[in-house]
Design a protein around this ligand. Sequence first.
Ligand code: 3PG
Length: 211
Amino acid sequence: MTTEFQATCRNAGVIPVIEIDDAAMAADLGHAIEAGGLSVVELTLRTPAALSALTAMKAACPFLTVGMGTVLCADDAKRAADAGADFLVSPGLTDNLAKAAKTLSLSFLPGVATPTDLMRAYDHGFNFLKFFPAEATGGISYLKALSGPFGGVTFCPTGGIGPDQVSAYLSQPNVICVGGSWVARKALIKAQDWDGIKRNARKANAAVKAS
Ligand code: 3PG
């Protein structure tokens, strides 16, 4: 069954993965991404500003779907939900985190890298997963190998994927969307290079449309 969250991610095609140091930049950043044609972002819970940045981005960009990534434990999930996260992303999965996401009734994209990870996630009821770290784990050939035994599972590959690989990933039947930090790198945000981020988002969107 395709959930509304999966449909939203498929429509976006590329999800910028963003580390933000200053919540005051969240509104301009969100606007640049929207102006470039992307509609879903993952802010990572790696900086003290991440939670307030998420709240600020959602307030400034009501049509943007804003998730919290690098959610590592149940407490992270709760704090992300309190900040208004539309969905949660984690690099891996624990039983506690799976239970917390379900209790919070939030869409959740848990990270997996091995068949055993997949089976554990599937056991918890998740069948749309973050394949991480995608390139280091084996990239597209690994995804092809997984498609046999895990025919009902779809992925958001993330990790080491650049703009020139987007189309190849999106053309895999078990790939719904891809994630990547290249759209809005820290240095671009720090320099307030909103035009540069908009250009990157446009390039990503063009690759999505061409796939
Ligand atoms: C992450 O969580 O850091 C993402 O996987 C981003 O990876 P990238 O920087 O290789 O795009």
